[in-house]
Design a binder for this molecule. Structure first.
Ligand code: ATR
Length: 272
């Protein structure tokens, strides 16, 4: 049976085995998917060991997404743009590194939440790894404007410079929180602030009537960012759907079959 796994440290909390088992059952694909705890300084060796055991592919989570760039012998365009790899495919031609996080976010927004990005004003909060991973997939959906706001403005400016040449010219811009101007149709929190129950200092005026506020984090109860957005009239969505959709994108890359996601998402939601 074809073998897959997710590498992380820690890894005990990962929902990926459950998600991929559900996809495999639903599509009739014969495969196994396990968790693998890799030593912090031993990611490359862990990958080679898994390949030697017959592994066909792997997902990669914290803290190995940058190590996975180095392990890959070829990168997809979106992995190169993200500067990070969350999906490895062990092919006859070598190790291919991909990044399905941004496609997962966009699929959750467009297909599951039913919010189109084309022609919209989008505000992305944060300019770290999580933000960088979603810029190209958002730009591919042709927003009217993509503003990247960050505490450290220079980091956001560096992202703008990187993506100007990749379809973002005239569309993508950077600013600090105090300089965010106007209201947005879609506000995405890609900062790590929710992890420490902090709120990025975003003005309440960013939420246009009918806007969608999206937090890439998820928890049993709404994050402080979603609570704030809800108080100011936005529709709310957390990152559980992104988790399921990035997995679906990886599954489809490995198996050539697109799994349905709604049932899996509901079942994870029920367990939170
Ligand atoms: P990740 O991989 O989760 O993106 P990261 O690369 O360390 O992690 O980036 C963290 C992001 O969250 C950065 O944009 C950071 O802002 P700075 O670049 O100014 O540090 C942002 N961030 C973290 N805590 C925050 C807070 N309390 N308020 C606003 N932004 C915060």
């Amino acid at each position: 049976m074809d073998r897959y796994c997710v590498f992380g440290n820690p890894i005990a909390h990962s929902k990926s085995p459950e998600i991929h088992a559900a996809f495999a059952a639903q599509t009739g694909q014969a495969l196994t998917y396990e968790k693998r705890l890799a030593p912090v300084d031993g990611f490359a060796a862990a990958v080679q060991a898994f390949i030697a055991e017959g592994g066909k592919g792997a997902n990669v989570t914290v803290p190995f997404k940058l190590d996975a760039v180095k392990v890959a012998q070829a990168l997809t365009i979106r992995a190169r743009a993200a500067g990070a790899v969350n999906t490895l495919h062990f092919t006859e031609d070598g190790i291919v590194g991909d990044n399905t996080d941004g496609a997962g976010l966009v699929a959750d927004i467009v297909n599951n939440a039913g919010v189109q990005i084309i022609g919209k004003r989008v505000l992305l909060l944060g300019a770290g790894g999580a933000a960088r991973g979603v810029v190209l997939p958002i730009l591919e959906h042709r927003p009217a404007q993509l503003v990247i706001a960050n505490r450290t403005v220079a980091t956001a400016e560096a992202l703008v410079e990187q993506f100007a040449a990749l379809g973002g010219e005239g569309v993508v811009s950077a600013c600090g929180y105090a300089d965010i101007a106007g209201a947005f149709d879609l506000v995405i929190n890609a900062t790590s602030a929710s992890l420490s129950a902090e709120l990025p200092p975003v003005p309440a005026s960013v939420f246009a009537p009918g806007s969608l506020a999206y937090d890439m984090m998820y928890a049993a109860s709404p994050t402080v960012f979603l609570q704030f957005a809800g108080q100011h009239g936005a529709r709310l969505r957390d990152g559980l759907g992104m988790l399921v959709e990035q997995a679906a994108e990886a599954f489809s890359l490995w198996r050539g079959v697109q799994p349905a996601t709604a049932g899996v998402l509901q079942s994870l939601r029920d367990q939170l």
